[in-house]
Structures are given as C-alpha cells and as structure tokens.
Design a protein around this ligand. Structure first.
Ligand code: AMP
Length: 130
C-alpha cells in the first residue's frame, strides 16, 4: 500500500508545498513542532533513509540544505535543526525545524496547531526564498 507521503506526491491528498524538483518534495509537517517545520522526501517511496543508495542519499541531503537555507531566510530562528525519526511514516523524510533553543527539537513537545491560512502563508514565505 502506498504511504501517506506517496499519496501526497501523487496529489491524492493535499499538502502545504514548500519546494519540489523532479526527485524531491518539501512540504510543511501537519503537526509542527515550530512554525515552518518542514519535511523533505524523495518522491520515490523507500522506507528507511539508510537504505538509500549513496547517490540518492546525497541528493536528498543537498535538496534539504537548499530548503533549510530558505527556511532560515523566511522565518525568525537561530538555526534550522535536522532530524530523522521515521517511526510513524515508512517513507523516507527529513525533518527541518527552525529553532530558537535546543528544547525546540524535542519530539515529545506538544505540537502546534496552526490555521490553514497560517500554514499557507508560512509555506509561501519559504517557497519565495527557494
Ligand atoms: P516520523 O515518521 O516519526 O518521523 O513522523 C512522521 C511525521 O509526519 C510527523 O511529524 C507527522 O506530523 C507528519 N505527517 C504525517 N502525516 C502528514 C501529512 N499528511 N502531511 C504532513 N505531515 C504529516
């Protein structure tokens, strides 16, 4: 069965898109830890990041770097943190999280609830800086 992220790639379920190219897609996490929390995925479904071949892994990282730099320009933050968890969705994804402090990277924190308009506006602000 296709992952929820493959359904996003196929346009079967919506997302707040930040950036895309032929191989990769970046969109806002629906349960953000901080405003601008973004997921970067390969369009081709693979479960575990460390099973990617070196070329796909390095291209994914290079794409994530571009997105991180755009997040940094678009939103007030000290750094953009990067994390890989992957326990919930079995489709490779990198979390990019604009942070002010170390605790912003704690995945046990309560998630933010932002309106659709806020999410749209944040995605557009990042997309403009790509
Ligand atoms: P994990 O697999 O543990 O790295 O967590 C998966 C992440 O995907 C969580 O932060 C979810 O909030 C996020 N997520 C799940 N479904 C969607 C969706 N449809 N759109 C955006 N983010 C999602």
């Amino acid at each position: 069965m296709a992952s929820v992220f493959s359904k996003i790639v196929a346009g079967e379920i919506p997302c707040y898109k930040v950036a895309e190219d032929a191989e990769f897609l970046a969109f806002l996490d629906i349960n953000p830890m901080t405003p601008g929390h973004t997921l970067v995925i390969p369009k081709q479904e693979e479960d575990y990041i460390f099973r990617l071949d070196d070329s796909s892994y390095l291209k994914l990282m290079a794409f994530a770097k571009k997105v991180a730099l755009a997040i940094e320009k678009a939103l007030p933050c000290l750094r953009v943190g990067l994390a890989v968890i992957g326990l919930e969705v079995p489709h490779v994804h990198i979390h990019l999280i604009p942070i002010q402090k170390e605790a912003d990277m704690n995945f046990s924190n309560p998630k933010l609830s932002l309106s659709a308009d806020e999410m749209k506006s944040i995605a557009a602000q990042i997309a403009e800086r790509m």
